[in-house]
Design a binder for this molecule. Structure first.
Ligand code: FAE
Length: 551
């Protein structure tokens, strides 16, 4: 048996040109990237290579939440695990001394194989503000389907590299609707606490919040919500709030206070490479292979033959490899796993997958809108990108919603409160393989987000009415008020207890498992990654207890 050779940290960098392209596009918005000193060393991850023809006991596809949980727990149970990840390792600073791109301007590190950035708030004063960047295997993918852009993290750490870090456990009374076949007692007694502890979820110092300059926008948003009769709740996060206090005090390099989030945080965030994956590395049994995209999985003697493309940082294929794995865990995220599975079924690689594979996809009811406050309610120039407060209107049965009070940090006073709402949207999409294009389509239509808009209006209309504020119509293009064709929270496509058994096993193919957000049927009522992590913890515990050693 050939095992992957560990070669140490991968040194993919980006040329100086990549940093300079796009500079000045937002000049005048205070957009000078501040160089805050050398980044702190990231945990030493076991970055390695995988040879064509290798045989491995366990292959995990994707290094996000599901993949990280599976790798750690399997390794702790004595298994040798190889993770293949489409994106980069994100462990090597560029020529500016930083790992991740700045925001204003952004460079190629920001965007997955695109020559333009692609943000949900892509206009200002009606003018497009996306900027040109070098084509590079950047950290944020905006994947376009017919009626929706789905945002995803790419790299060792998956979504944890780009997300807002909001770490929310759903209210227990809503759990039976989220995952009907899962026992709430085991989730709230064991797996949610385990996930929160492993992810290093922490809470803001509420006294500090009341005077922190960087949260003026949140306090203003809370005050205007209260005038309309809404209460707000503090949102836990994996960003280290003690670090943020030091940012505000000016004693450490800035990250959340330097507009960093969507394209990665150079400091402060406890992403998976610092938590689960660092612990997995410490077992000595896990190897992570970046810049490898899995394309095909089919039965073969000894398990499953997994075909993958090794790519360069320009996205071009360097080598195509075939590896045999005894067991394969699909952890490529809701979109990645769904695309892989519907492709395997349609192309005959895994023809016995159930017909339900690809269905049950939802956007967690994501919708965005901004309000323009009165001149008496400035939101502050210096804003933390880490959301601290949400307006909880989930008890409103006519249109449940949780509206985050998020930052709009463009370096000037805007008097804007931006809101990202999570709503109860009953619509579900289906992925299907398109024989003509050889690609996977998603049938989601933008109009399906109307229930989300309606629910968000139940919060934002009364605030506008009582505060005398208005909706901004210049941030999403075409005079639109609603950012209704994007998703930060893709969920479903291989639903638990429908396409898999109640623990993520693809039962028609022993040794194949799904362990990511594709298992969750479209909604978590709050930000999803704590639930993705807790469910993965639950499922892998059962799989380790009953499956290992049986094949
Ligand atoms: P994920 O973390 O996406 O990992 C999948 C990995 O698989 C990625 O690294 C891919 O590059 C890789 N991959 C895909 N296809 C392949 C392939 N064919 N071969 C090899 N590798 C592949 O999946 N959630 C919260 O709870 N709180 C937040 O504040 C929050 N904010 C967000 C903000 C943004 C901008 C985004 C994009 C997401 C946000 N989310 C948030 C959602 C959260 O990150 C997401 O639910 C989880 O990352 C899903 O975890 P998975 O393990 O399913």
């Amino acid at each position: 048996m050939r095992v992957p050779a560990v070669i140490g940290a991968s040194g993919q960098g980006i040329g100086r040109r990549g940093f300079l392209v796009g500079a000045g596009v937002l000049a005048g918005l205070g957009g000078v990237m501040r160089l805050g000193g050398a980044p702190r060393a990231r945990a030493a991850l076991p970055i390695g290579q995988l040879e064509d023809g290798a045989t491995v006991p366990i292959l995990v596809i994707g290094a996000g939440y599901g993949g990280a949980v599976a790798a750690l727990r399997l390794a702790q149970a004595g298994q040798t695990v190889t993770i293949v990840e489409q994106g980069m390792a994100w462990n090597t600073p560029g020529s500016d001394g930083k790992i991740f791109s700045g925001t204003l301007p952004a460079d190629g590190r920001s965007s997955w194989l695109s020559t333009m950035t692609d943000q949900p708030t892509d206009h200002l004063l009606g003018i497009p503000i996306d900027m040109p960047v070098d084509r590079f295997t950047g950290v944020l993918a905006a994947e376009h389907f017919g009626g929706i852009r789905v945002y995803q993290g790419r790299g060792v750490g998956g979504g944890s590299l780009v997300n807002g870090g909001m770490a929310v456990t759903p209210r227990r009374e809503f759990f039976p609707d989220i995952l009907p076949s899962v026992d709430p007692a085991e989730m709230y007694g064991t797996y949610y606490p385990r996930a929160n502890s492993m992810l290093r979820v922490n809470h803001i110092d509420e006294q500090w919040f009341e005077s922190a300059q960087c949260y003026q926008y949140a306090r203003v948003g809370r005050e205007l919500a209260a005038r309309a009769g809404f209460s707000t709740t503090f949102v836990p996060n994996v960003y280290d709030f003690d670090y943020m206090k030091q940012e505000q005090a000016g004693t450490v390099p800035l990250s959340a206070l330097n507009r960093e989030s969507l394209y990665g945080n150079n400091f402060g965030k406890q992403s998976l490479d610092k938590t689960y994956l660092a612990e997995a590395a410490a077992t000595g049994r896990v190897t992570v292979v970046p810049l490898h995209t899995v394309a095909r999985v089919a039965p073969a003697p000894g398990g499953y033959r997994v075909q993958m493309d090794q790519i360069g940082t320009d996205g071009n294929v360097i080598a195509t490899k075939n590896v045999v794995a005894q067991r394969v865990f699909f952890a490529a995220g809701s979109v990645g796993t769904s695309k892989l599975l519907v492709t395997q079924k349609a192309t005959g690689a895994l023809p016995d997958l159930p017909d339900s594979v690809g269905s049950g996809w939802g956007n967690n009811g994501n919708v965005m809108a901004a309000r323009q406050n009165q001149l008496t309610d400035p939101t502050g120039v210096n804003q933390s990108t880490i959301t601290a407060l949400g307006i909880d209107n989930w008890d409103d049965t006519a249109g449940p919603a949780f509206a985050e009070i998020t930052s709009f940090p463009i370096g000037i006073e805007t008097f804007v409160n931006l809101h990202l709402a999570i709503t109860k949207n009953p619509n579900r999409g289906t992925f299907s393989f398109n024989q003509a294009t050889g690609r996977v389509d998603l049938d989601w239509q933008t109009a399906w987000n109307q229930p989300s808009i309606d629910a968000a209006k139940r919060i934002l209309d009364p605030i506008n009415a009582s505060a005398g504020t208005t909706y901004r119509n210049d941030l999403f293009g075409d005079g639109k008020i609603w950012g209704d064709e994007f998703a930060y929270h893709p969920l479903g496509g291989c639903v638990l207890n429908e396409s898999t058994d109640n623990y993520g096993r693809l039962t028609s193919y022993p040794g194949l498992y799904v362990i990511d957000s594709s298992l969750i049927p479209g909604s978590t009522t709050v930000n999803p990654f704590v639930t993705v992590t807790a469910l993965a913890e639950r499922n892998i515990a059962a799989i380790i207890a009953s499956d290992m050693g049986n094949r």
